[in-house]
Design a protein around this ligand. Structure first.
Ligand SMILES: C[S@@+](CC[C@H](N)C(=O)[O-])C[C@H]1O[C@@H](n2cnc3c(N)ncnc32)[C@H](O)[C@@H]1O
Length: 272
């Protein structure tokens, strides 16, 4: 199970919709030029494109880069169908917005492009932050924007309480932090790194994922989203009691009683 699992990314969409910080989003939209050139790092299944249209960005150019070919196929096909777009070779066109998806390492691929804004959603906890900010600034015209919503920041909560929670969550975070480029405190680090740069932090706000059942059922495909989170924990954690913890959490998920919270930050930064 990886962060590029297509069903996981699609299931994450409704969770993200609830979590995205409206104030930071509004600030971003106010600052965008007419017909902006939007670049996205780690575009996944392309869910930013319908959001841009919802926010009134119906003209300009969008280019999403991801290193996973499978999610980009889904982005091209599913977003084009959802938005009733006209297919092009590497994407589609909808209203006056041209959309293309390219495979590559975002930290290299974007620096050869020019944009008004770089979007990096649920991305900056996966890569070295300074390297990413250098690449984004290189891709932006002076005064261009970095919009980094849903940047994970080190709080993972499962409810109802379980006696092994602290041990399991600590081991889960330790495993993430041991992986190259990854950081469970990426949200606060991002804020610090932006403040230490030449540009300006325009807006910052919390964007916590909160997944909870209603009447024993989870909205949309969020049961799958939670099953994937538990699979991430299973593959990362090897502490006494983990098997019993996972059995309890999976039973709660089946019964529709499991709640999950992950703390994140949305940041909007203007490059010098
Ligand atoms: C957690 S997913 C988020 C996807 C999308 N932004 C969203 O929020 O739905 C992270 C994505 O970043 C991609 N990714 C990770 N590191 C990358 C890199 N260095 N260059 C390009 N894509 C990368 C993964 O393949 C995955 O699709």
């Amino acid at each position: 199970m990886t962060h590029a699992d297509e069903r996981y990314l699609e299931a994450k969409r409704t969770v993200d919709d609830r979590a995205l910080n409206r104030r930071v989003r509004d600030h971003l939209v106010e600052e965008l030029p007419e017909a902006p050139r939007v670049l996205e790092a780690g575009a996944g299944t392309g869910v930013t494109v319908p959001r841009l249209l919802d926010w009134g960005v119906t003209a300009g150019h969008y280019r999403g880069v991801d290193r996973d070919a499978g999610v980009l196929d889904v982005a091209r096909e599913r977003r084009c169908a959802e938005l009733d777009g006209d297919r092009t070779e590497s994407g589609f066109r909808v209203d006056d917005l041209t959309v293309r998806f390219d495979r590559g390492d975002a930290l290299d691929a974007l620096s050869t492009d020019r944009g008004d804004v770089v979007v990096a959603q649920s991305f900056l906890d996966l890569v070295p932050i300074d390297e990413a900010l250098d690449a984004f600034e290189a891709a932006l015209d002076p005064g261009g924007l970095v919009y980094a919503p849903l940047t994970f920041d080190g709080e993972t909560v499962f409810q109802p309480d379980h006696p092994a929670d602290d041990r399991v969550v600590a081991a889960y975070h330790d495993d993430i932090d041991a992986r190259p480029g990854r950081d469970t405190h990426a949200g606060r680090q991002l804020l610090d790194r932006c403040r230490g740069r030449e540009g300006d932090v325009l807006a910052v706000g919390a964007s916590d994922w909160i997944v909870r059942p209603r009447g024993g059922e989870y909205p949309a495909d969020e049961r799958y989203f939670l099953a994937t989170i538990l699979a991430f924990v299973e593959s990362a954690v090897d502490v006494p009691g983990i098997d019993a913890w996972l059995r309890t959490r999976r039973r709660q998920l089946d019964e529709g009683t499991l709640i999950y919270v992950a703390h994140g930050y949305d940041v909007c930064y203007r490059a010098p």
